[in-house]
Ligand binder design. Structure first.
Ligand SMILES: Cc1ncc(COP(=O)(O)O)c(C=O)c1O
Length: 383
């Protein structure tokens, strides 16, 4: 069967595709339909943090599929209630409730609506090179013009400020700012790390001016940066947090995590699939694995190991390395695409972040011999 041809013919041509049909995964490894093995440094774009097909996650998913697959949000459910409790316990202390949905962009969309209704204000400040999703609100919050411009007019009220420039943020927050929304490490925008001073200033300015601080942890959450959430590196107490991607190891799920400042009336927002038992049971098992296997600490250790081994040889094609935990960006002097293709030919799947940044987001269960293989190819290609 020519699966590639079928996707090309019947799928919407939105993505530059690579030449492999992936059919199986195990830990940090992926396998294609020809039986070829790949080391995964993409993790489904930051999703498979606990590794592909972790047996405990698979068992929870199977068990739930055999007992109940759907419960509307007008009725209670055992797995949903347990997951809500677990998410709130894992999140910073400021978070006391959660709204469950199905993707990152939906989590952002809800956060924007909740911010407007809770503050009575309409404006939003987000960061240049930030990425928050593809639905109308989330894409309005996203800086990159090529994602926004074809769909104009977008939601009014958004302004964009350069990351790490406190004076610009200060100037952008007005009496009508409902919220400032930030990624603490920008993923799609090039693995750009917000400074501790900037994050502290954002918290303080929002509090002073009556604006909410939303932290988008969709890519940074669930151990990726070396803590359960990137907020923990800064002891940051957000007013809302958006999560998705790794929360359920590949089963679609998102959540908007809320502080006591968020006030929403019944009926104002909702979802059919959000908080469904399959996603909730899978997320419960995923978070248990994350904690039991101490994967945040492992991300910290493996990230340091990868950077140290990478830096042990000259990399003349690399302008800068940016890293927090196992969220790694190599800013190249040239285009990233040929490097990604060469890595793929050697059995390594990595990601771009813009035209010139090579992004590595491996499952947090990647081991040192696998990292060594990745690093030796990077040494060969970027010397
Ligand atoms: C920081 C951030 N926010 C939001 C999103 C959108 O998430 P989704 O693709 O699940 O809608 C992404 C996806 O890459 C992301 O990285």
């Amino acid at each position: 069967m020519d699966y590639q041809q079928l996707e090309q013919q019947y799928g919407l041509a939105l993505y530059p595709k690579r030449d492999a049909v992936l059919v199986r995964g195990n830990g940090a490894l992926l396998f294609d339909d020809q039986g070829r093995e790949y080391i995964d440094c993409a993790a489904g774009i930051g999703v498979a943090n606990v590794g592909h097909c972790h047996p405990k996650v698979v068992a929870a998913l199977q068990q739930q599929a055999e007992s109940l697959m759907v419960v509307p949000n007008t009725l209670y459910n055992d797995k949903r209630s347990l997951l809500l409790e677990k998410l709130v316990a894992l999140a910073p202390d400021s978070i006391n409730r959660a709204f469950l949905c199905n993707s990152g962009t939906e989590a952002v969309e809800a956060a924007l609506k909740f911010a407007r209704v809770s503050t009575g204000r309409t404006g939003f400040v987000t960061a240049m090179r930030g990425f928050h999703g593809r639905t109308m609100g989330a894409v309005s919050a996203t800086f990159t013009k090529k994602y926004r411009d074809p769909f104009a007019p977008l939601i009014p009220g958004f302004s964009y400020v350069p990351l790490n420039k406190i004076d610009k943020l200060d100037a952008a927050i007005t009496d009508d700012t409902a919220a400032v929304m930030l990624e603490l490490v920008q993923g799609e925008g090039g693995v750009n790390i917000a400074s501790a001073e900037y994050i502290a200033a954002a918290r303080e300015l929002c509090t002073q001016r009556g604006a909410l601080l939303i932290v988008d942890e969709i890519q940074t959450g669930f151990g990726r940066t070396g803590c359960n959430f990137a907020c923990e590196h800064h002891d940051l107490q957000p007013d809302m947090m958006t999560v998705a991607k790794a929360v359920a190891a590949g089963v679609p799920m998102g959540a908007t995590l809320l502080s006591e400042k968020i006030k929403v009336e019944p009926g104002m927002h909702g979802t059919t699939f959000g908080g469904n038992p399959i996603a909730c049971a899978t997320a419960l098992a995923t978070i248990d694995v994350l904690i039991d296997e101490d994967l945040a600490a492992r991300a910290q250790h493996c990230g340091e190991y990868l950077e140290r081994t990478l830096m042990s040889a000259p990399l003349s094609q690399v302008r800068a390395i940016r890293r927090q935990g196992l969220m790694i960006g190599l800013e190249l002097k040239g285009k990233v695409q040929p490097v990604l293709e060469s890595l793929m030919a050697e059995g390594i799947i990595a990601l771009p972040a813009g035209a010139t940044v090579l992004r590595l987001l491996p499952p947090l269960v990647i081991d040192e011999p696998q990292i060594d293989k990745v690093v030796s190819q990077l040494h060969r290609l970027l010397a």
